[in-house]
Design a protein around this ligand. Structure first.
Ligand code: CA
Length: 491
């Protein structure tokens, strides 16, 4: 998809002349000119200026700062948003990027009449509105570490990986499958989580990754991490079978080869990340942007799942000086409870899956239905049996959404019609209300068992803590906004 995108600002006068070719002032042109003037008027009425604009923020109680559009974002900013998720639209709309309008230098030497002829057709083009997509398309390189299995242990992991592929803001460099030996067995014998799972056997989710590479026409590298726990926080795990070292090696390879720092998102145990760090801490200092860690509890008294999977891994990272954003999954009351600083929320059902792009729908149904087919790629071309739909009526537990909002620089907003959405930061409207969804600097103290406490930081710290304000409002908003996001995904 990246190959289809043209660098911004590359369009020339010639392109504009071509768009205006013929110079015929048709009804469409007049409509376009009127629409342009109306939009400019509206933009001015909303306080559009050369610096920043301040929007009301009813729910948050503080005024967000919305950057004014840069030179290339005019069309997007006033409501004609190219759909970056649709290659056809990228091909079509990328021509409409315009030079600074109309700066003194460009305006000089052109008559107003020329601009009136050239510009209206830009606004007549019927680009679909996609307020959620970003105006720019510089993508954030990420590594996704997930304890995704085939068949699932938590179907949320199979579900969540779609977002790593589909979000236009991220560039998925690798998938690391965090596999834990006890859960590969028919009945797990994990030393702490031993009663939790009788639904095995299973293996790392290679099939899910292959299916998504197939659906998205990608070749995202993937590998499994070690199946066993770290013996100490400093363990480099050089003694585990080579196959299980591939996940660690892949993290190091991506960091080495990336020209810019990479963000790592961790949705299972942090073992592969911690081991990779133990092997090459200097590389992490140079090439890691941040770790977004979905693990732990926001209040003491509960040993959360992702920490319990490998406490030494959590201890290693949380005693390092790496930049880490913590998204606690649980609270003292367990994994399905609500506090301002934990990330859990619940979808009442998955019926929206039925409206998703067909291959993505089949991918999810394949996972949810624990389908076991040799032709697992061809299965993406065939609709699932009707009985799988039954599974869509079950509630669905989610812990991952806030991390994706952060890495894609989206905001959770309520529009003035009452609806909720996750929108790109530069698409927040002056009339939108921002919901609390932020990271607070904290000091963090981790115990040897991986549990941690935190306190507000007044000086430099490498940790930030997730804060969602009212967790029930957050849940209500995400129950609407996440299905919408999934429905927007186009391979
Ligand atoms: Ca997980």
């Amino acid at each position: 998809m990246a190959g289809l995108r043209q660098p911004q600002g590359q369009e020339t006068e010639r392109d504009l002349a071509l768009l205006g070719g013929g110079g015929e002032l048709s009804t469409r042109l007049l409509e376009g000119a009127i629409a342009l003037l109306l939009k400019l008027f509206r933009a001015a009425a909303h306080g559009f200026c050369s610096g920043t604009c301040t929007a009301p923020a009813r729910l948050l109680g503080q005024a967000p700062s919305i950057p004014a559009p840069d030179n290339h974002d005019w069309i997007a900013w006033i409501g004609r948003t190219p759909d970056w998720e649709n290659p056809e639209m990228i091909r079509t709309t990328s021509r409409f990027t315009i030079p600074p309008f109309p700066s003194r230098s460009i305006f000089a030497g052109r008559s107003l009449a020329v601009w009136l002829v050239l510009i209206p057709p830009l606004f007549c083009a019927q680009a679909p509105r996609s307020e959620a997509s970003p105006a720019t398309h510089r993508r954030v390189p990420i590594i996704d570490v997930t304890d995704l299995y085939q068949p699932f242990q938590d179907p949320g992991d199979n579900f969540d990986l779609v977002t790593a592929y589909a979000l236009p803001e991220v560039d998925l460099k690798a998938v690391i499958l965090d596999a834990n030996g006890p859960f590969r067995k028919p009945v797990s014998d994990h030393p702490v989580l031993h009663d939790a799972d009788k639904n095995g056997p299973r293996d790392p989710g290679f099939i899910s990754v292959l299916q998504l590479n197939y659906i998205f026409n990608r070749n995202v590298p993937f590998a499994a991490g070690p199946f066993t726990m770290m013996k100490t926080p400093e363990d480099k795990m050089l003694d585990v079978p080579g196959f299980q070292q591939q996940g660690v090696d892949l993290i190091l390879k991506v960091l080495k080869e990336s020209p810019e720092p990479v963000t790592i998102l961790s949705f299972g145990s942090a073992r592969s990340i911690a081991v990779a760090y133990n092997r090459d801490p200097q590389l992490f200092r140079r090439k890691l942007k941040r770790i977004l860690l979905s693990a732990g509890s926001s209040s003491l008294g509960f040993l959360e799942w992702n920490i319990a999977l490998d406490p030494n891994a959590a201890v290693r990272l949380l005693r390092s000086h790496l930049a880490i954003d913590i998204y606690p999954c649980a609270t003292k009351d367990g994994p399905f409870s609500y506090e301002p600083h934990n990330s859990y929320w619940k979808l009442p059902d998955l019926h929206f899956v039925e409206q998703m792009q067909p291959q993505l729908r089949r991918y999810l149904d394949f996972a949810l239905g624990r389908v076991c087919r040799c032709d697992f790629l061809r299965a993406m071309e065939e609709d699932s049996p009707e009985e799988v739909k039954e599974l869509h009526s079950h509630p669905h537990h989610v812990w991952e959404t806030a991390l994706w909002m952060e890495v894609s620089d989206r905001r959770l907003v309520q529009h003035n019609d009452g609806s909720f959405a996750m929108v790109a930061a530069d698409r927040v409207l002056p009339t939108d209300s921002l919901l609390v969804n932020q990271l607070l600097p904290v000091y963090l103290n981790v115990a040897d068992d991986g549990t941690f406490t935190f306190s507000s930081a007044s000086s430099k710290t490498n940790f930030r803590l997730y804060d969602r304000g009212d967790p029930h409002l957050n849940e209500r908003a995400l129950q609407q906004a996440l299905p919408q996001l999934y429905l927007s995904y186009r391979p």
